[in-house]
Design a protein around this ligand. Structure first.
Ligand code: NAD
Ligand code: AKB
Length: 319
């Protein structure tokens, strides 16, 4: 477990899909007073706000980043604030600004205050030049703006590590499936939205990707475990992949997901009406080779498709 007795943890973009789960897990491990959730927006009643300390933070505001680090004695930052793929293609300038400049501000602060940073990357770093089972080391050449910003941030992280010794770590997350938070702005969102639609009165979903679109995916519990394991790993065990480790969970198509949902909800119907997000999905790999993560910090996924579907349906019915 990362020692943070002498300082607290800050999570940026905490009200989003990953932050909602990550803040809860970190508070369970370190105590709620040790984890400061932050975001640019207010969301009254959100668990990150009512179950611990919350503060407003726009990651473009360098002075406020420094003030929060001083005021709360921050030692570790989980930097989740970003614009995802679909929203990023709609507004590439905003995507560049938040994802790259926002991350640079966090890295600058980490350099000044000697902090450890987790800055997530994405399978969107891969473009059509990468093999469909994407290895750690391969030509990237992403075709989405979002993917380009993620490559920039991996490179920036390596520069700050090698030049200034800042301890920056990152994972190329696949599409994440979770029930605690709604999702928006991404290409893999269908794999969360579909469960909400399946459990609605109509039990019908119009999927914006084609039935055969295979993408790398992961259940949120696995992603959180990976994140905390990477941050706990001894610094000397990490390799040149430190700012963008490939991790693999599972890989499926919308059709395969529907087949599994239908085992639990036989009346559920899915129709396919691909939109512009199909183009982004087509540029990404089908699956991921995660040899470096397995070797460097012992990564191993736990959730298969059947378990994910059971978990999603059970938890969404309860919530
Ligand atoms: P999300 O869109 O659900 O949440 C992002 C949060 O950032 C939002 O709450 C938003 O309000 C906040 N934000 C936006 N601009 C901000 C700013 N200027 N200052 C502070 N906060 C700001 O995203 P997520 O799914 O939680 O993703 C978190 C990170 O993980 C991102 O870097 C994303 O690229 C990466 N990632 C996510 C997935 C996934 O499937 N969820 C997959 C790969 C990578
Ligand atoms: C998105 O679809 O934009 C994200 C991602 C894979 O980075 N879920």
């Amino acid at each position: 477990m990362v020692e943070c007795d002498d300082g607290r943890i800050l999570v940026t973009g905490a009200l989003g899909q990953i932050g909602t789960d990550l803040v809860q897990s970190l508070r369970e491990i370190y105590g709620s007073e040790m984890v400061i959730a932050s975001d640019i927006r207010e969301k009254p009643g959100h668990p990150c706000i009512i179950n611990g300390q919350y503060t407003n933070l726009d990651v473009l505001d360098k002075d406020r980043i420094s003030k929060i680090i001083r005021d709360f004695n921050i030692k570790i930052i989980y930097h989740l604030a970003a614009i995802l793929s679909a929203r990023g293609e709609e507004n590439p300038d905003l995507c560049e600004l938040i994802n790259v400049e926002g991350t640079r501000n966090i890295f600058d602060a980490a350099r000044e205050f000697d902090l450890r940073v987790f800055a997530p990357s994405s399978i969107a770093v891969f473009g059509p030049d990468a093999p469909k089972k994407a290895p750690q080391l391969t030509p990237l050449n992403p075709t989405t703006k979002y993917g380009m910003t993620k490559v920039d941030c991996e490179i920036l992280g390596m520069i700050y590590f090698e030049k200034y010794g800042v301890d920056i770590r990152g994972i190329r997350y696949p599409g994440l499936i979770s029930w605690k938070s709604p999702v928006s702005g991404g290409t893999t969102d269908y794999a969360v939205d579909i469960f909400h639609a399946a459990l609605s009165d109509e039990s019908k979903y119009e999927c914006f990707l084609s039935a055969e679109t295979r993408l790398p995916m992961m259940y949120m519990d696995d992603a959180i475990r990976a994140t905390i394991s990477l941050m706990d790993a001894p610094i000397n065990s990490l390799s040149s992949a430190r700012c963008g480790y490939n991790i693999s969970g599972l890989s499926f198509t919308p059709k395969e997901l529907v087949f599994e949902i239908n085992k639990k909800l036989p009346d559920f119907i899915c129709e396919y009406n691909p939109d512009i997000r199909q183009k982004y999905a087509n540029s990404w790999p089908d699956s991921i080779d995660d040899e470096f993560s397995r070797n460097d910090w012992g990564w191993k996924p736990e959730f298969d498709l059947e378990t994910i579907v059971n978990e999603m349906i059970t938890n969404l019915k309860k919530s």
